[in-house]
Design a protein around this ligand. Sequence first.
Ligand SMILES: *[C@@H]1O[C@H](CO)[C@@H](O)[C@H](O)[C@H]1NC(C)=O
Ligand SMILES: *[C@@H]1O[C@H](CO)[C@@H](O)[C@H](O)[C@H]1NC(C)=O
Ligand SMILES: *[C@@H]1O[C@H](CO)[C@@H](O)[C@H](O)[C@H]1NC(C)=O
Ligand SMILES: *[C@@H]1O[C@H](CO)[C@@H](O)[C@H](O)[C@H]1NC(C)=O
Ligand SMILES: *[C@@H]1O[C@H](CO)[C@@H](O)[C@H](O)[C@H]1NC(C)=O
Ligand SMILES: *[C@@H]1O[C@H](CO)[C@@H](O)[C@H](O)[C@H]1NC(C)=O
Length: 516
Amino acid sequence: MAASLRAACVPATFGGLGLFGAEVLSIEAALVTNYTASSRDFARGTQPSTELDNATFCNVTVSYTHPGQEDNILVETWLPIENPTWNDRLQASGGAGWVAGRQAFSYETMAGSLADGYAATTTDAGLGSTVDPAIWAVTSPGNINWYSVNNFASVALNDQAIISKDVVESFYGKAAAYSYFNGCSQGGRQGLMLAQRYPTAYDGIAAGAPAMYLSRTGPSLYWPQEVMNMLNRYPYGCEMEAIAASAISECDGLDGVVDGIISDPDACLALFNPSKLIGTPVPNCRQAGNETVEISTAATVIVNATWHGVITANGAWTWHGVGPGADISNEGLVEFEIMGTAATNCDSGVCVGRPNQLGVDMMQSFLGKGDPNLDISKLTYSQFDDMIHYGRQIYGSFDTNDPDLSRFRNAGGKLISWHGLVTALLSDTPDFYRHYELPGLGHCIGRASGQPTSLFDQLRAWVENGTAPEHTPVDVTVLDGSLQHRIACPYPEVAKFEKDGCEDPADAGCWSCVAP
Ligand SMILES: *[C@@H]1O[C@H](CO)[C@@H](O)[C@H](O)[C@H]1NC(C)=O
Ligand SMILES: *[C@@H]1O[C@H](CO)[C@@H](O)[C@H](O)[C@H]1NC(C)=O
Ligand SMILES: *[C@@H]1O[C@H](CO)[C@@H](O)[C@H](O)[C@H]1NC(C)=O
Ligand SMILES: *[C@@H]1O[C@H](CO)[C@@H](O)[C@H](O)[C@H]1NC(C)=O
Ligand SMILES: *[C@@H]1O[C@H](CO)[C@@H](O)[C@H](O)[C@H]1NC(C)=O
Ligand SMILES: *[C@@H]1O[C@H](CO)[C@@H](O)[C@H](O)[C@H]1NC(C)=O
């Protein structure tokens, strides 16, 4: 078997590939042997860390175009031959940031999929692996490349499903028994897009922290900086960190357990007023050369705005903020924490804004259409509002907010999302769609919560055996640094510590899912 598969790893095996609306430009197929790689749990999102050792697989890269659109898209698929052998299944991995896939992170995810026996696939959506979307989204200043935007938003995702399934079938002589999609952040958005627009693309989808309303989420990443710019005040990160720490200590116990984790951010927002901290001294401020500084009024306003979310000049709320307790200033210096949207850089007592790059890209490249004369640090409130409004008008293709998932359900699809603002999609869906909130988790990775590493196998059992997932185990690091085994529950249920007959919150058996 292995010998014949090795022999089949040549372009001619894949000669029959076809896709309506596309033209195959070239096919590469190369045998890869003795491939060894580590795949960390956060690269896999919903699966545990694993090692791929001495694998033999066929690496097939299909290059195709949509004739007339001048695009060139690469779908790369790894087909296991030995160590391990194929498990009869396909797993597609999603992108991150402004990258559709086919970057180092995708390859790490794919190595993990391969280690479990899946055929693994990724697409670059024709955009390459650049992290700067201006390169593909802006044809020339003022002109958006709508073909690229559509490939990124949706089209290439469905192409990838069709092409990779064909590649699998051509190689093994039989179709994959089941096909899965797994992604977080941009990858989570891709997963929801697939369920909503291409309901037969995958049997099972795991979508983490989906950037659901990307046309609004994108600019919201810049919002705290806009507030700083309008105030012309750029606080020390330690001021904002101290405000967050105060919120954590005040709101922590609301869920019955003092563990450093805020489980109910809305209740915390209602309870906690940062203004009372104005003037509070913060010792050992890193950005102030370890001197003591006082919490400024500006810091409280900026932190408050970051938590409450985007509000127009007229006071209308337009998009969510981040939960109190998040590392918005990047002062926590949590490894891989990328979402600090209210960060500053300070030198000799003078601070400037340090915006989140994804937010800058949204403002500059997408909403600003690559205008070299646009200085987003100088936007007035009404200019900022206008850009967001415009973005909602023209970038609806990014958004994955269609609550009609009936076609996906009818096709037998199963969807698990985890962490994020997806509750609008969740009315009466438990037979095919469940959502898990992980209060201690950062954006896809980091902070107090570990990854929900059993979710993918629970999704698989749901798809293949009809066993719907209930709670899922998750490890959290609590205040004293120790690791506790907890559970995350399908929304709207929440995990509750049962004190009766149970002493130890570190025992997962002491937690149960209850209606809120
Ligand atoms: C296989 O890979 C390992 C580790 O990368 C390396 O030490 C070894 O020499 C390789 N073996 C062969 C036969 O290439
Ligand atoms: C690596 O895999 C190849 C092909 O499956 C096998 O022949 C070889 O013995 C393996 N090497 C080790 C060190 O396991
Ligand atoms: C698979 O092939 C593509 C195209 O040649 C190449 O870019 C990629 O690095 C290869 N991957 C591996 C793991 O060999
Ligand atoms: C501030 O304190 C940190 C941690 O103790 C230390 O690493 C750093 O060098 C100090 N910075 C200055 C400017 O003294
Ligand atoms: C925080 O933001 C909310 C919502 O915009 C607002 O009602 C409240 O006055 C703000 N509080 C502070 C201290 O800025
Ligand atoms: C489905 O059920 C069978 C029989 O109980 C079991 O062997 C198999 O592992 C299950 N598959 C999944 C994906 O859970």
